[in-house]
Design a protein around this ligand. Structure first.
Ligand code: AMP
Length: 208
């Protein structure tokens, strides 16, 4: 199964992808996670993109496309993949079309108020990338990762100013991909306002 997860930031793409990868036995490829890993390891790419991510802007297409092209060539992606957070522009979607065919594009639909509520309550474990929500998906012990015991942090780009910018960037650059993939007969809309397990089930049923 070759899937793209599309939708605004905070719609739960990463949460659902982390569950769906086990359902389908395919890797979860998140461009946001790949960038954050590079930032953490202070690679050349990480140094270059750090301030872009903190502001909630988009990393230039050529940089992002090259990173995904390389990732999709790895062995584990040959039997399928979930692309989470890529493509985010029409240019990226065109580039992806030249790399691989897709089976479906899942569009996670969520209204703006719910998006802001979810992003501002999101907390992450820096070393594993595991995500929580202070109200909807709290850790067992407040502020602590369930498995590693490390403190949870708020992503810089989950702070109010960056959230507003990310929503504007989404509307301007990424939302046009909904029509792009609908026109190509690939789009499946999923109501993302439900709980993660309910969203997962609705998606798995829709993809049958
Ligand atoms: P995410 O974890 O998907 O919300 O991505 C976090 C940040 O990484 C975004 O706000 C962008 O700065 C950057 N990013 C992730 N994916 C892309 C992409 N496909 N194109 C450009 N920038 C991206």
């Amino acid at each position: 199964m070759r899937l793209v997860f599309l939708g605004p930031p905070g719609a739960g793409k990463g949460t659902i992808a982390a569950k769906a990868k086990d359902v389908y036995g395919i890797p979860h490829i998140s461009t946001g996670d790949l960038f954050r890993e590079n930032i953490k390891n202070e690679t050349g790419l990480g140094v270059r993109v750090k301030s872009i991510l903190a502001a909630g802007d988009l990393v230039p297409d050529e940089v992002t496309i090259a990173m995904v092209d390389q990732r999709l060539k790895e062995d584990d992606a040959q039997g399928g993949f979930i692309l989470d957070g890529f493509p985010r522009t029409i240019a990226q979607a065109d580039a992806l079309a030249s790399m691989t065919d897709l089976d479906r594009v899942v569009n996670f639909v969520l209204d703006k108020e719910a998006i802001v509520r979810r992003l501002s309550g999101r907390r992450v474990c820096k070393s594993t990338g595991r995500t929580y929500h202070i109200l909807y998906n709290p850790p067992k012990v407040e502020g602590i990762d369930d498995e590693t015991g490390e403190p949870l942090i708020q992503r810089d780009d989950d702070k109010e100013e960056a959230i507003r910018n990310r929503l504007e960037v989404y509307e301007a650059s990424t939302a046009p991909l909904i029509a792009y993939y609908r026109d190509r007969g690939l789009l499946v809309d999923i109501d993302a306002s439900l709980s993660p397990d309910e969203v997962l089930k609705a998606m798995v049923d829709a993809l049958k």
